[in-house]
Design a protein around this ligand. Structure first.
Ligand SMILES: NC(=O)c1ccc[n+]([C@@H]2O[C@H](COP(=O)([O-])OP(=O)(O)OC[C@H]3O[C@@H](n4cnc5c(N)ncnc54)[C@H](OP(=O)(O)O)[C@@H]3O)[C@@H](O)[C@H]2O)c1
Length: 383
């Protein structure tokens, strides 16, 4: 694997530039890890559908069974954006709250990964200098682990790993098709499928940048999902990958068929397992590449919440269509998966493209992540 083309981990200045925190005088100031500190800097969602506002606020005080984590790194994930939109199936969150469903930080000199329920249940998350976490939820990370790289991987890599190996029952020597191969789940899935012994890993991605990431992650072949943006790519249908709601069923069926043909051409025979964070037309097309008894694991709807999958494809090959969510994992499963991801990351076998920005720029980072203009996963530097 070559160095990542746009890995900017740790390359940005640490200074605060916006919000009340920016007005603090330089110098050591209060110890943010001390439970007695009067204030901490945090990003807070004040209105659903709007970026967070960075400001000083009260430091949290741990209760029974809780630890106060000095946060180092907090990623902005699709789940954070969805919860803060107020449209998730968890309902509208109580406002204001600190977003961030996961992070990396330190407790008593231990480097730890931690989850939170921010946006899904009452309570604050990781996009702050300090976070309250249940002690039993902390997962120790290997010494020398890169907190930003690990925060970028986090639950996205856990989902990729367990959707492949646990739900998808990936066996050595199998051929895997990874949709959305340029996303964080997709990049991780390409590398994790290889680590699990896949014979061949084919990826599909919408943007040229996504296809570059999938290649960098080690895909044997990468298929464009939508209109091409590079002269090097084979000509494809100019239709959007997400079916236009006004498109006729015949037009959608043609799009599925055309994409299925392109995907199959990149594979060395029937596919054993499809890893699908997209749904929609890509999933319907990918299902057609599966062997008899093949599996498709869906873990997201980045392309569409619905999918024009036809009954003939499903039943004629006795396909297994499976769903996956991290929310179903036991604490032990999640901890074991994070530990595996951290080990692979520390060993240099697992990385995803990410960009590090200071907590003070959380609003800008949030907007860029939501607009899809970030260079991979944005990780806020909170420490
Ligand atoms: N079930 C779970 O437990 C679980 C866990 C983690 C994530 N997820 C879900 O998995 C999905 C992907 O997560 P992620 O972390 O990989 O997100 P991400 O890093 O933001 O990547 C999103 C991916 O979706 C692709 N995409 C977006 N719109 C598309 C469209 N209309 N057609 C085709 N491709 C499209 C993007 O392609 P380009 O880069 O080419 O634009 C990119 O590859 C999300 O829906 C997320 O909520 C689920």
């Amino acid at each position: 694997m070559t160095d990542h083309p746009a890995d900017q981990s740790g390359s940005r200045p640490a200074g605060l530039s916006t919000g009340a925190a920016a007005d603090r005088p330089p110098g050591p100031g209060p110890d943010p890890a001390s439970p007695t500190s009067p204030v901490m800097v945090a990003a807070r969602i004040e209105n659903c559908g709007r970026p967070p506002v960075v400001a000083d606020g009260s430091s949290p005080v741990p209760g029974a069974g809780q630890e106060l984590v000095r946060v180092l790194a907090a990623p902005i994930t699709p789940l954070d954006l969805l919860c803060a939109s107020g449209t998730s199936y968890f309902g509208t969150p109580a406002l204001p709250y600190v977003p961030g469903v996961q992070g990396v930080g330190s407790v008593d000199g231990r480097l730890v990964w931690f989850p939170t329920a921010a946006g899904m249940a009452a309570g604050d998350g990781s996009m702050a200098e300090l976070a309250l976490v249940r002690a039993e939820d902390l997962v120790d990370l290997p010494a020398g682990a890169d907190p930003y790289a690990m925060a970028a991987l986090g639950l996205s890599a856990v989902a990729a790993y367990l959707a492949l190996t646990w739900r998808g029952e990936l066996a050595r020597g199998e051929q895997v098709l990874v949709l959305g191969g340029g996303g964080v789940v997709g990049q991780a899935a390409i590398q994790l499928a290889r680590l699990a012994g896949a014979r061949r890993v084919v990826a599909a991605a919408r943007s040229e940048r996504g296809r570059q990431r999938a290649r960098w992650a080690g895909a044997d072949a990468v298929v464009p999902l939508g209109p091409v943006t590079s002269a090097d790519d084979p000509p494809v249908s100019p239709q959007a990958v997400t079916a236009d709601p006004r498109a006729t069923p015949e037009a959608v069926a043609r799009e599925v068929e055309e994409l299925a043909r392109r995907l199959a051409a990149a594979c060395d025979g029937p596919v054993d397992l499809v890893l699908d964070p997209l749904f929609g037309v890509p999933a319907a097309a990918a299902a057609r590449t599966l062997r008899n008894g093949g599996r498709l694991v869906n873990l997201g709807g980045s392309a569409s919440e619905t999918c024009p999958l036809d009954s003939a494809t499903l039943r004629s090959r006795s396909l297994r269509l499976l769903g996956y969510t991290n929310n179903e994992l036991t604490r032990e499963q999640r901890a074991a998966a994070i530990t595996y991801v951290a080990q692979q990351s520390a060993a240099g076998r697992l990385r995803v493209e990410h960009e590090v920005m200071p907590l003070a720029e959380a609003a800008d980072a949030w907007r860029r992540q939501a607009a899809g203009t970030a260079k991979g996963r944005i990780v806020l530097r909170t420490g």
